[in-house]
Design a protein around this ligand. Structure first.
Ligand code: PLP
Length: 384
């Protein structure tokens, strides 16, 4: 089954461009709101998945907070109207200016990833006469069973504080006067489709929390990060991820302590399915053994296939004629600039429009100007 695209409205638009189906985005956000409110969970959208101002403003309408990983993202979230007291700030390498942006805006919490970082936050907060809220990002050492580039919760990853260093961190934190420890944070990885990984995160969180409690430390906030995957194979069958099952796992396997708030930071699962990259076919080139469909989009617009070997469903949305098999490639001067090998598409000819599906997350935001290319523009279904 093909996606539904307003192909007539695409006529005359310069390709490549991102197309966002705001109805899918709104359905996703409505479901998140409905399912998370059953358990009074707090949701912070991970801005790094897509920081398009139009996308941010729709997400903010549904009352989500923002999870930021840079000073620029904090500024983008504030500009889109996210309240500062719903902004959390993670990242292994927060520069001083970025920490200052967070302090000066009075964000809700810094998710701290190392001992030297917490010392600097304390110092910069002290210089401003402020007290910074922090959560410790602990590396839970849980295998998310996903691509190794997007696994973040293993011992060898650069992210978070290792379990073996918990006591050392707690000793340092207890000696600092300009920070307040308010939470524990995990983020085990991305594109997680096996929900048992989240169950493992719940058990590990319980252990870490008990360790804190034995030292007489009680935190008001537990943050499980993001990571819920989407169905890249069948975007039409699953346009909205199963947030009911996702939140139910945490409700079942994590016992919150009285007064504790539980937080999540979904990115991909919020915006992934609402976006497609629309590109024109420039040439159909017949090689000795195969046919290439050469698009005017390349990894400069969508880098996930080149970067992570990621799969995106590809459709020729201009043609109904029976298909053939093509390698779908871009114009960039790198062999990795390939969107799919041996893809069956409706018969392709020059000028056809091709949709690269499920491109709403880590698509437009990762675009580059390599080869001096223009950055892609975007259109929203309700504004076309
Ligand atoms: C990337 C990231 C997220 C979002 O991950 P998704 O897989 O897109 O849901 C959440 N929290 C942190 C700290 C991140 O780095």
């Amino acid at each position: 089954m093909k996606g539904h695209f307003p192909i007539n409205k695409f006529k005359g638009l310069t390709t490549p461009f991102y197309y966002y189906d705001t109805q899918i985005l709104r359905e996703t956000l409505a479901l998140i709101r409905e399912e998370s409110s059953k358990y009074h969970y707090h949701i912070h959208y991970a801005v790094k998945a897509n920081a398009n101002p139009g996308i941010l403003s729709i997400i903010r309408e549904y009352g989500l907070g923002a999870d930021c990983v840079s000073g620029g993202e904090i500024q983008a979230a504030l500009a889109a109207g996210f309240p500062a007291d719903k902004i959390v700030f993670a990242g292994v390498g927060k520069a001083d200016w970025e920490i200052k942006v967070g302090l000066d805006s009075d964000i809700f919490c810094f998710n701290v990833e190392s001992i030297p970082e917490v010392v600097i936050i304390d110092e910069l907060a002290g210089a401003r006469g402020k007290i910074a809220n922090i959560a410790l990002r602990i590396n839970p050492e849980v295998d998310a069973h996903t691509h190794h580039y997007i696994t973040t919760g293993l011992k060898e990853n650069k992210f978070g504080i290792n379990l073996s260093q918990l006591d050392e961190v707690l000793d340092v934190v207890s000696g600092l006067s300009h920070i307040r420890l308010i939470g524990i944070h995990f983020h085990i990885g991305s594109q997680i489709t096996d929900l048992t990984a989240f169950q493992a995160a719940c058990s590990r969180m319980t252990e870490v929390q008990e360790h804190f409690n034995r030292r007489n430390i009680f935190v008001e906030n537990i943050n499980f990060g993001g990571g819920l995957g989407i169905d890249y194979q069948n975007p039409n069958d699953h346009p909205v991820p199963d947030f009911a099952a996702y939140f139910a796992i945490f409700n079942k396997y994590f016992q919150a302590q009285p007064g504790q708030a539980i937080h999540f930071e979904p990115g991909r699962s919020v915006v992934g399915q609402c976006g497609s990259l629309i590109s024109s076919v420039l040439y159909v080139k017949e090689g000795s053994s195969k046919k290439f469909a050469i698009l005017d989009a390349g990894f400069t617009e969508l880098i996930r296939p080149a970067l992570y070997d990621a799969y995106h469903a590809i459709e020729n949305i201009s043609s109904d004629e029976d298909g053939d098999v093509y390698d779908v490639v871009g114009p960039i001067c790198e062999s990795s600039d390939c969107f799919g090998k041996e893809v069956t598409l409706n018969k392709v000819s020059r000028g056809n429009l091709v949709a690269l599906r499920s491109a709403g997350a880590y698509g437009e935001i990762m675009a580059s100007q390599y080869n001096c290319r223009r950055l892609p523009v975007s259109y929203f279904s309700d504004l076309l």
